[in-house]
Design a protein around this ligand. Structure first.
Ligand SMILES: C[S@@+](CC[C@H](N)C(=O)[O-])C[C@H]1O[C@@H](n2cnc3c(N)ncnc32)[C@H](O)[C@@H]1O
Length: 212
């Protein structure tokens, strides 16, 4: 990764941590993934050689920067969907600063409505990081838009396990999906002067859609 992108990622990460510490209104929080989640997504996308990425839940675009960096050498593109205008504007500014805007289609939309408008098998890789209570309602369309052999990663699978219980059960009913849960590590604070924050006990579920 080049120094400029590395520095921007650290800056956006630190902004999110500080912002979320102060913000009282949920809609004002950035709720960014941890850097190790970014590295994990990068690894999966490069290994799968996934070119068409869908992210539901952009916030200010921290995770999208990781996804766009992942697809850059593959000639891929990231479509990312966010409901709130002020977050879309922040994300757009971050994409431009990173020099990655041309690889990102940023959609101001409700993810459920957006999914309904997509063609079948439009995406090779889906990162689900939005309103967890809606995942079950989106499941039919998620299946439809994911290519056979594609991967779907669900964030906050440990910290909010109860909230995604229904979704997990719905996926389990479909036999050609296999699941693997992974814990994520403690948040790395980019400012070395700061005390590390409390340990985040979180993780992801990776769903693989088997072709056979
Ligand atoms: C956990 S944050 C996303 C964090 C982002 N992926 C990152 O790591 O930088 C969840 C985001 O999903 C958005 N969101 C919630 N419900 C949504 C919906 N129905 N459609 C689109 N975006 C939604 C929220 O506004 C919020 O910005």
């Amino acid at each position: 990764m080049n120094e400029k992108l590395d520095a921007l990622l650290k800056e956006v990460e630190a902004f999110g941590v500080e912002n979320d510490r102060r913000a009282t209104d949920h809609a004002e929080k950035m709720l960014n993934i941890t850097p190790d989640t970014g590295e994990f997504l990068l690894l999966l996308i490069r290994a799968l050689q996934a070119k068409r990425i869908l992210e539901l839940g952009t916030s200010n675009g921290y995770s999208t920067l990781w996804l766009a960096y992942a697809v850059q050498p593959l000639g891929g593109i990231v479509t990312t969907v966010e409901l709130l205008l002020h977050k879309v504007e922040m994300a757009r500014a971050n994409f431009t600063r990173a020099g990655l805007a041309s690889l990102i289609e940023l959609q101001l939309a409700d993810a459920g409505a957006f999914l309904k408008e997509q063609w079948p098998e439009s995406f090779d890789f889906i990162f689900l990081d939005a309103n967890r209570s809606q995942y079950v309602a989106w499941w039919q369309d998620l299946q439809r838009v994911l290519v056979p052999g594609g991967l779907m990663v669900v964030d906050n699978a440990v910290s909010h396990a109860k909230e995604i219980e229904g979704f997990v059960k719905a996926v389990q009913r479909i036999h050609h999906y296999v699941a693997s849960s992974r814990p994520s590590r403690q948040r790395r604070i980019s400012d070395p002067e700061r005390e590390p924050g409390p340990c985040r006990r979180d993780g992801w579920i990776v769903y693989g859609q088997l072709v056979c």
